[in-house]
Ligand binder design. Structure first.
Ligand SMILES: [Zn+2]
Length: 248
């Protein structure tokens, strides 16, 4: 085994984990383990897609870039999902950016060639059912985020984002710069600095030199909008027995 394969041995993608063993055995030879690079880009809009990614750890964002160079997150992806769904249509090109937002030292994903993915989807078996079910939930998360970006405050959205990050990273401590967080939230660096200070003052988070720690998860849930719970419930329907928020 390579170093990446060894480090990834203990992690898993929840969509793949929900498959019947026989179906997973058919897929396994088509899945290649790859390391996730910090703030890497899996694909850009308009690019021909070669792979679909099933994260086993880490936190990715699907983001839309605007003409002025700014970028806003439209949905998060972690081990509960897959990256590349928009690229599986007839055009076979990506419609959005897929970014690796936060990662630990051992984060990795399974990747599958797009040709293999389409072939397995055409079988209309358990794999297609799981992917289609996830696609429906993912669309729901995107729609919820659209509403959230228009209707809820930066403080609520930042609290939601931090909760989602903790769920996927399975740790309350991770590194994220304020510049990058501002980019994802579609806010200015100054706004994010102010919100982070308020959350710190209320003892919900600690945030020093890019190292963030969630101190009070229950308090952060209270500071978030309803979109966190709505999105969580949408995704839990796909892998009910596997994807749960960490205990408070
Ligand atoms: Zn919201």
């Amino acid at each position: 085994m390579t170093d990446v394969q060894t480090r990834c041995a203990a992690s898993r993608n929840l969509l793949l984990a929900s498959l019947p063993p026989d179906d997973y055995a058919v897929l396994r030879p088509m899945l290649e383990i790859v390391a996730l690079q910090p703030q890497g880009v899996l694909h850009n809009p308009g690019e021909a897609s070669k792979y679909v990614y099933f994260p086993r750890s880490g936190f990715m964002s699907v983001a839309v870039a605007l003409r002025d160079g700014s970028m806003v997150e439209v949905a998060p992806i972690g081990r509960e999902g897959l990256a590349g769904i928009p690229a599986t249509g007839p055009a076979l090109t990506a419609m959005t950016n897929a970014l690796i937002v936060v990662h630990g030292e051992d984060d990795c994903a399974y990747r599958m060639r797009i040709e293999d993915f389409r072939h397995e989807m055409d079988k209309c078996g358990a794999f297609a059912d799981v992917v289609n079910h996830y696609g429906e939930a993912f669309l729901g998360v995107v729609m919820q985020n659209t509403c959230c970006n228009a209707a809820h405050s930066v403080e609520q959205r930042m609290a939601k984002w931090l909760l989602m990050a903790q769920d996927r990273l399975e740790t309350p401590r991770f590194r994220i710069t304020q510049e990058f967080l501002a980019t994802l939230l579609g806010a200015t660096r100054q706004t994010v600095t102010g919100v982070a200070s308020a959350l710190h003052k209320n003892q919900l988070i600690d945030y020093t030199r890019g190292q963030l720690e969630i101190l009070d998860r229950r308090g952060l849930e209270a500071a978030s909008c309803e979109c966190y719970q709505v999105s969580l419930q949408l995704l839990q329907r796909v892998a009910t027995s596997h994807y749960t928020a960490p205990a408070r």
